[in-house]
Design a binder for this molecule. Sequence first.
Ligand code: FES
Length: 103
Amino acid sequence: MEQAPVPYQRILFVCTNQRENNEACCADRGSAAILEALKSRIKALNLTRHIRVAKSGCHDVCAKGPSVMMFPDHVWYAGVTSDDVERIIQHAIRDIQPNTAAV
Ligand code: FES
């Protein structure tokens, strides 16, 4: 096993979980589009080495999805729509220092 510092200043986890039997879930509420929109904006801002946008499994708040969690801030966004993407991005990049070391 290797151990190293996390190579990102911030990570956005977007739940893309699909539930069975018509149970409420982020996948059925457009989370894949939210994931791609967030990734696209971070890429356009040339911040992919500093902010990671990753799909994740269930955050256990399925009825309030799409769910996005931001670390290390411990911020949770619920009921995210495409209209919210830019606000999340602005929050995520607010203090990013592009010239600091990142892997
Ligand atoms: S399916 Fe997204 S929080 Fe459970």
